[in-house]
Design a binder for this molecule. Sequence first.
Ligand code: ATP
Length: 360
Amino acid sequence: MSKRFADGSLAVDDIDITIADGEFVILVGPSGCGKSTTLNMIAGLEDISSGELRIGGERMNEKAPKDRDIAMVFQSYALYPHMNVRQNIAFPLTLTKMSKSEINAKVDEAARILDLTPFLDRRPSSLSGGQRQRVAMGRAIVRSPKAFLMDEPLSNLDAKLRVQMRTEISRLQDRLRTTTVYVTHDQTEAMTLGDRVVVLRTGRVQQIGTPQELYDTPTNVFVAGFIGSPAMNFLSGNLTSSGVRTALGEIPLADHDEVSGAASSSQSDGSVLVGIRPEHFEDARLVDPAVAARGVTFTAKVDVLESMGSDKYAYFTVDTERAANDALIELAADSGAELGGGQMIARLSPESRAARGEQI
Ligand code: ATP
């Protein structure tokens, strides 16, 4: 389905995905890529300009939001300040024909699942951000809808609480197995929560896959640079008969034929963009020489060193000439990747003796 706004802008360009029953799907991408618009079309809060939305096989395009049997959780929680927690959670049920005792039983069950029982009589204003978020979740789960839609539900929480709520959402999903579409711009949330992740950019789907698939086999430079933290390093290279020549040395390629086949279809001069994940660097002094001989050893000066406790992040600059191929430079710049002469980052083990200003 697609969304063209009244001003003519195409916010969502032909997104096509089938979500399985009980699946947790994440829409991720940078600001303005069309995540919220997609979610709002599913919810019925935005009209669908073209294409079709089906839920349980039934066309939903013309159905009012209340008739779609889906519950939405917003970033702002959207709780009623004058109602206590019990009334807030019960609210969607009070609009149905359900009896009071049935409603109470459902609210009690939701509160139990979400650890909200002690707070049922409190007003939202007296709750912490995480507790308010759980009330918003409670209001969604109490309806036992066909699907949950969540729009950046954790973005108002501080970093620690966000991690805690992330695991709570995972646990909730394991328990309820309700089909969920979850919007975030945070690739860590996408990687940890999603059964499958849809990477969007300027309204277009870049790749759909499991978190591991996106990580291991990104389909383009954008996905490669977007998924993974710290982000993948990029530098230009030239294909040789068995590997690729870069400013770090000649890197042997196990899948050389495949790479050169793909490269020759797009870059006839053999120039390629090489992506290296930060964790694929090691401090050569800690590596068995026999193992090191199979890789590439290079020397670089550490510009900045960050000790993270479990890792050391070493930033270094590669002494390289700019890529000869303008198309590659554009491709990299367009995807936000640093190329040639740009700073690189290596994620080293805490045992590494790398130090600022020293060679590694
Ligand atoms: P964010 O993470 O910043 O919320 P997003 O990925 O959710 O971004 P959307 O809110 O879906 O992005 O917006 C997608 C594009 O559509 C943006 O370029 C936005 O400016 C545009 N847009 C959103 N609402 C409207 C509107 N009512 N009229 C015109 N353009 C709109």
